[in-house]
Each structure stands twice: as structure tokens, then as C-alpha cells.
Design a protein around this ligand. Structure first.
Ligand code: AMP
Ligand code: MG
Length: 448
């Protein structure tokens, strides 16, 4: 078979043409964190739904205390108390009156500001005057707590207070949270494709939802190929290595919020791999193989794609590592055949599988792509290459600058350089790059 190499960009473009429309499901709010929202959240009501007090204090008519000053106290009669959770007071606040309100309590009609507790003085009950405070509210004790800042040195004197004295004016609207100030009814708060973070969960909860529509992740299975591979737990043996690609891929998928199954290790026999493909192709949306994709004597992936009538999207890349990386459609499933070297599987996953899987999860295309930035290379990178090369790096912020340093030599057979990598840099074809060179950086640990 002729294997015409395609560029990284072309490969990705071909892959993204095959993203299936995601399916929805409903999950409990507690399980929704990290899932992708499937339906818009449109505000059903104003938030807050009623005028609420932003502080503990007294609801007043600002015009009543317009002329208040240190030497010009204004006395207001306290005609009721409203605690957070209480229904609104059954009477408006009239001239010369105040209503004690707690944070979150409905502000009574008539009042247009709330004077903070710390800014009023209680009038002793004895000179409380004619009003029987709180009497209209059956069973509710009218208790006044003096402000901590006042004379009593932080001790709280508790006494029912019939009136308060205000010694400063208050702006209209002060400490009153207006209906719809936070959210207006009809406003679109969240759009499909949004990953549900804790702030979004708060929003759903604020509207009383107990469940939310999210997209179902694609069903993904990882298949390791190679006679040399061992499962964990079995004793080491001459010529054998432990399978590290499958656990790495399952872990990388998990970070994206996609649970994946492992089929296990398939030996380098066409019957074995063919049987796996036939079994899995109807049960999964995405098959990821590692190894066996070159043109070696034991590389059975390509002959099998042909035998199963698969549609090859590309079968060779114009980049390193992972030149033999191939992607095909097998029935309704997508087959990502990643090259076996750990570095090639790692790079292939992030550049090609990740955007596909995120798109299939309902993340919009622009956010499904690898996030990238320009960074400055802190040390020279000396490997020459005729092809663009993608190299694991560690990036960090040096003040406002993003700087990168390779975590190894960019050898795809090496595993150790993958562990500390939080990015991948692109080294263009040529002699390598000098210190200080501007490089294209793919950020590995950022989510959509
Ligand atoms: P292949 O593409 O099958 O020729 O494999 C290329 C290299 O990657 C060989 O050295 C394999 O031993 C190694 N390799 C293949 N699969 C895995 C795996 N699952 N875990 C670790 N190394 C692997
Ligand atoms: Mg192999």
C-alpha cells in the first residue's frame, strides 16, 4: 500500500470531519462536575427573585436620613424585623420608620436602602417612645445587637430596641440587592459544550435543579499490540517489556472526562488483531491501537484495515515522532492506530485523539483543539530533522514570559521524558533551535 504522508494540520482536519454528533444523558448535579453541558441554561427567573438586603441592618427610606450628621441625629421607629427566609413584611416602611433586616432578607416596600448595623445606635428601650416594636409580629422577639465597634468594647449588649438613631445619610439603593441584579430572566447563562465547573454547578443549584443534561462521552477502547508486551503483575521475562502505552492512554482520556476500557494485549498475529477489531468495532466509537502500524513483518494494522474494508483517512505523517500513525474509519468507529514508541503514542494522542474525543464529547471545535501559545526556548535544542518534530517540554512562566525546556532529548523510545512534560513544542525542520528561539507550544494540562 502506498502511504502518502500528510502534515499535522491536514491529518487533524481529516479527523475532525468524522466527529459523530454527541448523545445526551441526564445526570445528578453531584455527578455533573467535569461533564460537558448538552443544553443551554436559560434563566427561568430573576436572581435574586426579590429585593434582598446585602447586610444586617435597618431598612430605611433614604430621604428620611438625608440630613443626618454626627451632630444631627435622626431617630427612626423600628416597626418590625425580617430574618433571611422570612416572607416579605406585610406593611410598607413609612416616613420616620425603619425595619430591622438580616442579610438575605426581603427588603420591605417603601424602604430604599439598608443602614448597616454598625452605623446605627439603638435607642434605649425606656425612651423607646410610643411604638410597641415587634408587637405586630406575633412571637417574634425584637432583639437588638449593638455594633461591635461601639462603646461596649466588642461585647454585645442585647436589648429590644424600639427606635434607632442614625447619624449619617445613606445613598438610595445602598445595601439593597435588586431583583435581577445578578441574573435577568431569559438570559442565557451557559451554552452547550461548556465543561461544568463548580461555578456552573452553583448556578444550576441556584435554580433548584437536581440534574443536568450532559453529553455522553464516546465509548473508547485501547488495544495494545506486540508480542513483547507484558501485563502488570506478571514477572519480567527476557526480551519482554511491560505495556506502558495503554495505561498512559487510559489516564490521558480520564483527564478529559472520558472513561476508557482496555482490551488488553494482542499478540502480533493477524487473526488475533482481526478478531479484536471485529469484536470491538460495533461496541465502541473509538478504537485506539498502539504498535504494529509500521511496514514491518509483524505490523498487521494496515493489512487488517484493508481486509475489513476500512476507510483510511491517512496512513503516514509528515512529522516526528509517529510517522506511521494512521487513522481509519472502521464501520461507524474511528480507529486511531498510534505508533508503538511511548513518545509517539503520547504525542499522537494529544495531537490527534484528544481533539477528536473532545469534539465527540460535545466541546466546540475551537476549544477541542490543543491550546497553544508562543514560548521562548531556554536552552538550545540540537537535533536536526528533515521533518517537523514534536518534543516533550516543561513550560513555566518567567514573569510574563512563557519559557520552555525540553524534558529529554525528544526520543520517542524514551519514557522518562514524558513524565515531567506539561507541554509539547514544535521544532521546525532544520538544524534544531538555538537558545532564545520562539517556539510553538501545545499546553498539555489545560482543559477546554
Ligand atoms: P511497533 O510500532 O510495534 O514496532 O513498536 C515500536 C516500539 O514501541 C517497540 O520498541 C515496542 O516494543 C514499543 N511498544 C509498542 N507497544 C508498546 C506499549 N504498549 N508499551 C510500551 N512500549 C511499546
Ligand atoms: Mg510491535
Amino acid at each position: 500500500m502506498e502511504r502518502t504522508p500528510v502534515s499535522m494540520e491536514e491529518a487533524l482536519a481529516r479527523i475532525l470531519r468524522h466527529v459523530p454528533p454527541p448523545l445526551k444523558e441526564r445526570v445528578g448535579l453531584a455527578e455533573a462536575a467535569g461533564r460537558i453541558l448538552a443544553e443551554p441554561l436559560v434563566a427561568e427567573a430573576d436572581v435574586p427573585a426579590f429585593r434582598r438586603s446585602g447586610v444586617d441592618g435597618y431598612a430605611v427610606r433614604s430621604q428620611d436620613v438625608l440630613g443626618a450628621a454626627a451632630d444631627r441625629p435622626i431617630r427612626l421607629r423600628v416597626v418590625g424585623t425580617v430574618q433571611a427566609g422570612d416572607p416579605p413584611l406585610d406593611r410598607p416602611v413609612g416616613p420616620g420608620e425603619a425595619v430591622r433586616v438580616m442579610t438575605g432578607a426581603p427588603v420591605p416596600d417603601g424602604a430604599d436602602a439598608v443602614v448597616m448595623l454598625e452605623h446605627v445606635e439603638p435607642e434605649a428601650p425606656a425612651d423607646g417612645g410610643d411604638e410597641a416594636v415587634g408587637a405586630s409580629e406575633a412571637g417574634k422577639a425584637e432583639v437588638f445587637f449593638t455594633a461591635k465597634s461601639r462603646g461596649s468594647g466588642g461585647r454585645r449588649a442585647e436589648a429590644p430596641s424600639a427606635a434607632i438613631v442614625v447619624r449619617r445619610p445613606i445613598e438610595m439603593g445602598k445595601n439593597v440587592i435588586e431583583p435581577g441584579e445578578d441574573v435577568r430572566r431569559g438570559e442565557r447563562l451557559l451554552s452547550p459544550g461548556e465543561r461544568l465547573r463548580s461555578g456552573a454547578i452553583a448556578l444550576f443549584a441556584a435554580y433548584g435543579y437536581s440534574s443536568v443534561a450532559v453529553f455522553r462521552p464516546p465509548r473508547v477502547v485501547v488495544i495494545s499490540t506486540g508480542d513483547e508486551l507484558l501485563e502488570p503483575g506478571v514477572p519480567p521475562a527476557p526480551g519482554k517489556i511491560y505495556d506502558s502505552n495503554a495505561p498512559m492512554l487510559v489516564a490521558a482520556l480520564r483527564v478529559l472526562g472520558v472513561p476508557a476500557d482496555r482490551y488488553g494485549i494482542v499478540p502480533d498475529r493477524p487473526e488475533a488483531l482481526g478478531a479484536a477489531f471485529r469484536l470491538l468495532v460495533d461496541r465502541y466509537d473509538v478504537l485506539i491501537t498502539t504498535g504494529g502500524v509500521s511496514d514491518g513483518d509483524y505490523d498487521w494494522v494496515h493489512p487488517l484495515i484493508a481486509e475489513l474494508g476500512g476507510e483510511v483517512l491517512f496512513s503516514r505523517l509528515q512529522m516526528k515522532p509517529g510517522q506511521p500513525t494512521s487513522v481509519a474509519r472502521l464501520g461507524r468507529a474511528m480507529l486511531f492506530a498510534l505508533a508503538g514508541h511511548p513518545g509517539a503514542s503520547f504525542v499522537g494522542f494529544h495531537l490527534f485523539v484528544r481533539p477528536f474525543v473532545l469534539s465527540a464529547l460535545g466541546v466546540p471545535p475551537e476549544r477541542a483543539r490543543m491550546p497553544e501559545a508562543e514560548a521562548t526556548l531556554e536552552v538550545p535544542f540540537g537535533r536536526r530533522s528533515k521533518l517537523p518534530r514534536v518534543v516533550p517540554v516543561r513550560y513555566r512562566f518567567d514573569g510574563p514570559r512563557l519559557v520552555v525546556r525540553p524534558t529529554g532529548r525528544g526520543r520517542s523510545s524514551h519514557i522518562a521524558e514524558l513524565a515531567p512534560a506539561n507541554g509539547l513544542m514544535v521544532v521546525p525542520p532544520g538544524e534544531g533551535l538555538p537558545e532564545g528561539a520562539a517556539v510553538r507550544l501545545f499546553v498539555l494540562d489545560a482543559l477546554d
